[in-house]
Design a protein around this ligand. Structure first.
Ligand code: COA
Length: 179
């Protein structure tokens, strides 16, 4: 089976919604097309047009996974400390974030998640970024193990702005420190 990771276009929106909504069904989380999930219906407008990236993993021509990379000016302060910025708790010492990591429930445990995370971590390093912020629902324990393989450390928690108000862990990958 061949796996390709490529930049998503709006032609991928339907497949991306299929993959991510399957994960939301799996965890009985609420789907919110108009707000929390609005980016998935206009990937080019919410990512490339803002200077961010959204990738899909395609296996034999079928989208089976997703990941995003958001870029922003360095959140200055003590690295790993949490602080409120523009209404959100953020991880200081970061200048990019991993977004929307999801793998189709039927395609898991074959390395796709690892390759998606490696893709955005390598990209961020190639751009000489300093730190990557990750926020992850406390129920996503498989993801926390995966992030640990890239040197991610839990630095705190917050309540997500999703419709379920889910508790989530905040993590940091110090990109310059971890080669
Ligand atoms: C977290 C998630 C993205 C991981 O995706 P994945 O494709 O299963 O990840 P991988 O295959 O790289 O790794 C998963 C496990 O399979 C193992 N594995 C990888 N390739 C394998 C293979 N060929 N044979 C057997 N096991 C394999 C890995 O070692 C890993 O094991 P571990 O969890 O015991 O450490 C996926 O479980 C998911 O979508 N979860 C729900 C959503 C979520 O948590 N998203 C994160 C949001 S912050």
């Amino acid at each position: 089976m061949s796996l390709q990771i490529r930049t998503a276009t709006n032609a991928d929106c339907e497949a991306v919604v299929r993959v991510i909504s399957a994960v939301f069904d799996e965890y009985s989380f609420t789907w919110d097309e108009g707000d929390y999930h609005a980016d998935l219906y206009d990937l080019e407008g919410y990512y490339a047009a803002q200077g961010d990236s959204f990738f899909v993993a395609e296996q034999d021509g079928v989208v089976v996974g997703t990941v995003g990379l958001a870029r922003y000016p360095l959140l200055e302060g003590v690295t790993g400390q949490l602080e409120e910025r523009e209404g959100f708790i953020r991880v200081l010492g970061t200048d990019c974030s991993l977004e929307r990591l999801y793998v189709d429930p039927n395609a898991r445990r074959s390395g796709i998640g690892f390759q998606l995370v490696r893709h955005v971590v390598d990209l961020a390093k190639s751009e000489a970024r300093t730190g990557m912020e990750l926020w992850s629902d406390k129920k996503f324990v498989d993801a926390h193990r995966l992030y640990g393989k890239f040197g991610a450390k839990v630095v705190g928690d917050r309540i997500c702005h999703d419709p379920d108000q889910s508790p989530e862990w905040g993590l940091i990958i110090e990109l310059a420190a971890h080669t």
